[in-house]
Design a protein around this ligand. Structure first.
Ligand code: TYD
Ligand code: MG
Length: 450
């Protein structure tokens, strides 16, 4: 016997509660609780249960996961070397960023290698998918299309047609009959994901789920989805800009923070093999406040320009903005400059920007931010063939960072001649590099040598 019950879910983190609350105890967000009806099945008399028991690890067979290459190098790298069979991945991103396009391209590459692929769409009609498919190139073999939103039908289709790879576009349009709440609600999204996980594991199919994101940049509905799936990829970038960045934020089968860079063209997404080159395109020469840094994104070094604009404020409270990097980190670095070097930034507006629409979180760009701010404040440009990296501490010390040699190599490839880096990195350098290296140990030294 099933009984209908009303429960409340936090639409941010998926916290469940029997009554409505103003603030979520889970994620401390306000006004996020939504009401949903769920059917609970009443259990009959408890049947006698047999208990499972733990096993010794040495008895467990070690399996190497089977990977399917997508023939898209950037995507394969983000996934850690291809799609793992039997895994469930979530692809998030703003509407129109190119999620459906990318996955359809993956489908094309797989069917052209004679793999069986099922594309389930709850958003577009078969005609629309066909039109898109014609834009992105030829399908030499058949792709199975299924425009359906009912989970039971989709499950049945997967079991019958036994594909190797399934795309569910999108999770917010799918619903399970077991629940009475509407498609896209927290309980539906969770239920559908959980069931897809079960199918992926039981039938050894790789499943990719598309999820829309909210303004805050998380997959709409619960963040708990991220815990349920094996891999989470996010598509970032401005819809207007041509470049799109695919970032791995969770990966049970590989490293995270690996990025793939794509360009949206009229015939679909094209890989960008050398992102540093495009990130530095159009860089101003001899301008104060512009600095090139080198950040490691996963296993790949990327050169990016940081721009800072410091000007005397005409407000009571100086304005501070940061685009592409953490706002609090910028404030912290400005405080370091104020206290340790004696720059009077308190009366200045500060705008710090990463060129190219990228977002970076690596501390190795700290030193670049410091120099960009100081360069703009003093109106002294940094030599254009200079690259800077290093982490900065609160005492104003410059700390060593990992992968020093790799960063220098990338800079050399793009024609840089001088590198300002932590002294610790220079000391640890094993090979001789063909570049002028300036090792610094605190912020004051950096500003002196510029
Ligand atoms: P889409 O993959 O539908 O985005 P999502 O599934 O993430 O919502 O991308 C649609 C956008 O991409 C749309 O604005 C048109 C553009 N586009 C191209 O520029 N070239 C192409 O070849 C395709 C298929 C789409
Ligand atoms: Mg889409």
């Amino acid at each position: 016997m099933a009984k209908e019950k009303t429960v409340y879910f936090c639409s941010e983190c998926g916290h469940e509660s029997s009554k409505w609350m103003g603030q979520c105890p889970g994620c401390k967000e306000w006004n996020t609780f939504v009401e949903e009806k769920v059917l609970t099945k009443k259990g009959g008399a408890k049947s006698k249960k047999t208990f499972a028991s733990p096993m010794n690890m040495s008895e467990v067979e070690a399996l190497t996961e089977e990977r399917i290459s997508t023939d898209i190098k950037e995507l394969d790298r983000v996934l850690g070397g291809g799609i793992v069979t039997g895994s469930l991945s979530l692809v998030g991103g703003d509407p129109g960023i190119g999620k459906s396009t990318l996955l359809l391209q993956v489908c094309r590459n797989l069917v052209n290698r004679k793999e069986k692929v099922l594309y389930v769409s709850g958003e577009e009609s078969a005609h629309q998918i066909k039109m898109r498919a014609e834009r992105i190139g030829t399908f030499k073999e058949e792709l199975l299309l299924f425009c359906e939103t009912n989970l039971d039908d989709i499950k049945e289709a997967i079991i019958r047609s036994k594909p190797k790879f399934v795309v569910i576009d999108s999770i917010q349009t799918m619903f399970s009959d077991d629940l009475t709440s509407a498609a896209g609600s927290v309980s539906q999204v969770r239920e559908v994901t959980a069931q897809m996980m079960r199918i992926a594991k039981e039938h050894n199919v790789a499943v990719f789920i598309v999820g829309h994101v909210t303004k805050e940049g998380v997959v709409a509905g619960p963040r708990t989805l991220e815990h349920m799936v094996d891999t989470v990829l996010y598509f970032e970038g401005e819809r207007e800009a041509a470049y799109r960045i695919l970032r791995g934020v969770k990966n049970r089968f590989g490293s995270t923070n690996e990025i793939g860079v794509f360009e949206m063209r009229s015939n679909g997404l094209v890989e960008v093999a050398n992102p540093s080159q495009i990130m530095l395109n159009g860089r101003p020469v001899d301008a104060s406040g512009s600095v090139v840094v080198c950040s490691m994104e996963g296993t790949r070094p990327i050169l990016i320009e940081i721009q800072a604009l410091i000007s005397p404020t005409s407000f009571q409270m100086p304005r501070r903005t940061a685009v592409g990097i953490d706002y609090n980190r910028v404030n912290l670095l400005m405080a370091v400059l104020e206290k340790r070097v004696g720059l009077h930034l308190g009366g200045c507006d500060a705008y710090v920007n990463l060129a190219g629409g990228m977002r970076l979180g690596e501390p190795a760009i700290d030193l670049g931010v410091i120099v960009a701010i100081a360069s703009s404040y003093k109106n002294v440009p940094v030599a254009e063939d200079t690259i800077i990296f290093g982490e900065v501490g609160l005492v104003g010390e410059v700390r060593g960072v990992s992968h020093g040699e790799q960063r220098i190599k990338e800079a050399k490839k793009l024609g840089f001649k001088t590198c300002i880096l932590p002294k610790a990195n220079v000391d640890a350098m094993q090979q001789k590099v063909d570049m002028k290296l300036i090792g610094v140990s605190n912020v004051r030294e950096v500003l002196e040598c510029i």
